[in-house]
Design a binder for this molecule. Structure first.
Ligand SMILES: Cc1cc2nc3c(=O)[nH]c(=O)nc-3n(C[C@H](O)[C@H](O)[C@H](O)COP(=O)(O)OP(=O)(O)OC[C@H]3O[C@@H](n4cnc5c(N)ncnc54)[C@H](O)[C@@H]3O)c2cc1C
Ligand code: SF4
Length: 449
């Protein structure tokens, strides 16, 4: 229990390095060869497979499972990667229980669905371990494309464009590429430098140059990119976080969940400050991720509070179960109304119970309660701050995000966008698909004008 004492009851090293490392083991242990063969044999190889219909990247799921069953593991991986170049990450982080596995015909009262996500991971891990690079660039087209943001959307777009023979420059404001794969996804889903390994694989095709510490809106503007490159793709994700809008949000002990999650991904886990009592506000996967990870770091109590009912929580049922089995207490129908401190250090968070009135509106009941807290994590959503897009001509926005058509085209003829900065589900797999569709559309534009 050694550790640096901070204000409040906040300490680093609440658990030993060994305990932390055990807590941060893989969410799903990788399948063995035997398990993968057994599991692939459960697939019925459905015609018009519902699992493929449910996959945002259209992976031929029965096709790749059949290859695993016949022992062609690298062939299976290639089928996955052809549609989803981040198929390895997605095999670990996709909410499969709401996508492919939910609709698997094996998902009945008597049986469990085929574990598609784990098979996807098995096949792509196998290919990466073999060190195989299955993609080759077509001959150089002489066209160049700028991609803003090296997250799943940007890298997926860059890879497809590079394969098609275009030269791609990716501008990334951070020091490492990967976006939220590197800085956001829960550490226990992305062990062993998984994100960096995938980025290296993507770059292995050639023709992609990444310039890090280069930000749209400060180092260059959109007009410059449009003059220098034949086309531009914007995949800058969310760049702003929502505030609670109550007093004391800036005091010691109050954090934005995404900023702290970034620290969990990048710093030594034994040196992070961890409160004895922790409160998390929010109902989505970010809220679950910070709650679970703080418990794994040794917090004594972690209470996640959501303003609506459990059925309205953005976090999947599986994520909620992960939280509960890790000792996180989930409380619903309560909204924060006060952050209480002493000597500018967080002491407690006050909540008001909520209810739904006869008009379907959520209102406070007037009845309140307090939770003691050394740390408070705000996880009530992220958004797009459009200021980096500023300049003479700006792509049109809709609902606070960049407006795109089904081919990911913006209102500017030579600018495409995708991922979290555009509308749609905020998932890695969706960002990858957006980048892929944009690349195909950019290719048509570059070839035919
Ligand atoms: C905590 C957390 C947990 C999540 N867990 C899951 C999960 O388990 N499963 C899942 O499917 N999804 C999950 N998601 C969502 C998923 O991570 C995102 O939907 C996905 O990363 C979006 O990809 P993107 O490329 O659009 O954006 P990002 O991954 O955010 O990448 C955008 C990139 O653009 C860069 N950038 C930003 N501004 C600029 C600029 N001005 N100039 C240059 N570069 C810039 C950023 O640094 C970043 O590298 C999670 C998200 C969070 C926050
Ligand atoms: S729905 Fe299930 S059984 Fe049918 S092809 Fe997909 S994974 Fe196989």
């Amino acid at each position: 229990m050694a550790g640096e004492k901070k204000t409040g009851d906040i300490q680093s090293g609440r658990l030993s390095a060994d305990e932390i490392s055990r807590n941060y083991c893989d969410l799903h242990a990788p399948l063995t060869e035997y398990q993968a063969i057994q599991e692939s044999a459960r697939c019925l190889f459905c015609h018009d497979a519902p699992c493929t219909e449910a996959c945002p990247t259209d992976i031929d799921i029965p096709g790749f499972i059949r290859k695993i069953a016949s022992g062609n593991i690298n062939g299976a991986a290639k089928s996955i990667l052809d549609e989803n170049i981040m198929g390895n990450t997605c095999g670990n982080v996709c909410p499969v229980e709401e996508l492919c596995e939910q609709v698997c015909v094996k998902n009945t009262a008597e049986e469990k669905p085929v574990v598609i996500g784990q098979l996807q991971r098995y096949a792509t891990d196998f290919l990466f371990d073999c060190g195989i690079q299955p993609y080759k660039r077509r001959s150089d087209t002489g066209k160049s494309v700028a991609v803003v943001g090296a997250g799943p959307a940007g890298l997926s777009c860059a890879h497809r464009l590079a394969v098609l023979g275009h030269k791609v420059t990716v501008f990334e404001s951070r020091t490492e590429p990967g976006g939220l794969n590197e800085y956001g996804l829960a550490a226990y889903k992305m062990l062993e430098q998984r994100a960096a390994r995938e980025v290296a694989f993507i770059l292995g095709v050639g023709g992609i140059n990444i310039e890090t510490r280069q930000s749209l809106g400060s180092n260059f503007d959109l007009g410059e990119l449009r003059r220098k490159y034949d086309a531009v793709f914007i995949g800058l994700g969310h760049n702003a976080v929502n505030a609670l809008g109550i007093e004391n949000e800036e005091i010691e002990g109050v954090h934005n969940a995404v900023d702290f999650i970034e620290r969990i991904r990048q710093e030594n886990l034994s040196t992070l400050p961890v409160g004895r009592n922790i409160v998390v506000i929010g109902g989505g996967n970010t809220a679950i991720d910070i709650a679970v990870q703080m418990k794994k770091l040794g917090a004594e109590t972690v209470t996640l509070v959501y303003r609506r009912g459990v059925d309205q929580m953005g976090a999947t049922q599986f994520e909620q179960t992960v939280a509960q089995t890790n000792g996180v207490l989930i409380r619903t129908q309560a909204k924060p109304v006060g952050i209480h401190s002493s000597d500018n250090q967080l002491r407690a968070v006050e909540f008001e119970y909520t209810e739904i009135d006869s008009n379907g509106q959520m209102t406070g009941t007037g009845e309140t309660f307090e939770l003691p807290a050394d740390q408070l994590f705000k996880a009530i959503g992220q958004s797009l701050d459009p200021s980096p897009l500023g300049g003479a001509e700006v792509p049109a926005l809709a609902g606070g995000r960049i407006n795109v058509d089904p081919k990911q085209r913006t209102s500017l003829p030579d600018v495409w966008a995708g991922g979290d900065c555009t509308a749609g589900m905020d998932l890695t797999v969706v960002a990858v698909q957006d980048g892929k569709i944009a690349a195909q559309s950019i290719n048509e534009y570059l070839n035919h004008g």
